[in-house]
Design a protein around this ligand. Structure first.
Ligand code: ZN
Length: 70
């Protein structure tokens, strides 16, 4: 067993710098890996929604309530 630094306090160290994951609202399994480069976006109040395809965006726009999260 290696001795030395033992700073295991149970506290998670500083959160990694991962941005929050973004998923397509129409197909929630689909992660938008590069939201910055996603061209299928829709402003929704202060949020921006990202869609994996233009079709998803169109589907969402036709029926936003169906996909809106509570
Ligand atoms: Zn989608």
């Amino acid at each position: 067993m290696p001795s030395g630094t033992s700073r295991v306090t149970g506290k998670p160290s500083k959160a990694a710098k991962h941005p929050p994951r973004v998923y397509c609202p129409v197909c929630p399994d689909w992660e938008i890996k590069l939201p910055d480069r996603c061209s299928n976006t829709l402003k929704h109040g202060e949020r921006t929604l990202y869609f994996c395809t233009k079709r998803c965006k169109e589907r969402y726009m036709k029926n936003p309530e169906k996909f809106a999260k509570p």
